[in-house]
Write a protein that binds this ligand. Structure first.
Ligand code: SF4
Ligand code: MG
Length: 331
């Protein structure tokens, strides 16, 4: 297994008027070549800021640690070097394609533009590649839709266009930040399947961020669970889903709406995430954790389980069974 992205002890601090936001606090993980790696956590857990700061997209962010990508430390690249990595070697797909697509240009033109901005190819060759990509992401009648404007596509189709654009320069890594959150669940599933297929077809490595563990379970090989800017659990998606060892992961599973049987209620995690202006000592989850103990005010150790899962928690138990959902009384 070759490591494509190796994040070591990454910390991201963002100065604000209210003080310094400690958005990411010493997080380490690596993504293997060809892997579908998921990062999950509630909003405010630091996952988006983490990848955006890696890509140099958070103005004013102070970073420490290292982020090795193909033997270069992305944190120490000059802005123009990072710009050339972005798009060509690493592409990003966001939640809202409308904010990434220009409303006044056809989608085909925008893909061609991106190809020609990075590569010396004729307009004709770039167009042929764009139509082929639109076809591969299953835009019906791709040659004709090449000349359509973003507003003429549905939300799901626009996200397909973004995936085509993300693939257009043959990147080694696609970072997708909540790419399906705005879509209804059927379309969500189609887009996730498409991302999975593109990974197999193009050999692209995918790092996908989601607040929904259920969504990632459909596609990810491994998942990292983040909370309060820290890493809580990391392991094979199957292992983490079937027996979450961290109480926060178990809570996320109970609150996931993805592929839930109709009539099964969600059980949200009570309370609120900690302030990242003054992160708590010890376990960041302790104010909301049903298993919190007095020792949890000190930093939890990282436990390594036999199946490869790593868990930052004082609990020594075997992985926690997710609680069975509480069914509503028969009417
Ligand atoms: Fe809960 Fe303590 Fe584990 Fe944190 S360290 S998740 S508070 S049991
Ligand atoms: Mg986010």
């Amino acid at each position: 297994m070759t490591i494509l992205l190796d994040v070591r002890d990454l910390a991201v601090d963002i100065p604000t008027e209210d003080g310094t936001v400690h958005a990411v606090q010493h997080v380490s993980f690596s993504v293997n070549e060809g892997e579908f790696f998921g990062v999950v956590g509630e909003s405010g857990s630091g996952k988006s800021v983490m990848v955006q700061s890696i890509m140099g997209l958070v103005p004013g962010a102070r970073t420490s640690g290292s982020v090795l990508f193909r033997d270069r430390d992305l944190l120490s690249l000059a802005p123009e070097q990072l710009r050339s990595v972005r798009g060509r070697e690493i592409s990003m797909i966001f939640q809202d394609p409308l904010s990434s697509l220009h409303p006044q240009y056809t989608v085909g033109w925008q893909i061609v533009e991106q190809i020609q901005a990075h590569e010396r190819v004729s307009a004709k060759a770039a167009k042929a590649r764009a139509v082929d990509l639109l076809d591969r992401v299953r835009i019906p009648d791709a040659a004709a839709r090449f000349d359509a404007y973003p507003h003429q596509f549905s939300g799901g189709m626009r996200q397909r266009v973004m995936i085509a654009m993300g693939l257009s320069l043959g990147p080694a890594l696609i970072i997708a930040d909540e790419p399906t959150t705005a879509l209804d669940s059927t379309v969500q599933a189609q887009i996730l399947d498409l991302l999975g297929e593109m990974r197999s077809e193009f050999g692209t490595t995918v790092l996908m961020i989601s607040h929904d563990l259920g969504v990632l379970s459909r596609v990810a090989d491994r998942v990292m669970v983040m909370y309060g800017g820290r890493r809580m659990e990391l392991g094979a998606a199957d292992a983490v889903l079937c027996g979450p060892a961290h109480p926060y992961t178990a809570g996320l599973l109970r609150s996931s709406s993805f592929n839930r049987e109709p009539g099964t209620p969600l059980v949200p995690i009570g309370g609120r995430p900690p302030s990242l202006l003054a992160p708590p000592e010890g376990c960041a989850f302790r104010d909301r954790c049903p298993d919190a103990m007095s020792i949890c005010t000190t930093k939890p150790p990282v436990r390594h389980y036999d199946d490869g899962t790593e868990v930052a928690c004082w609990l020594e138990s075997t992985p926690v069974e997710p609680e069975p959902p509480v069914l509503p009384p028969p009417s």
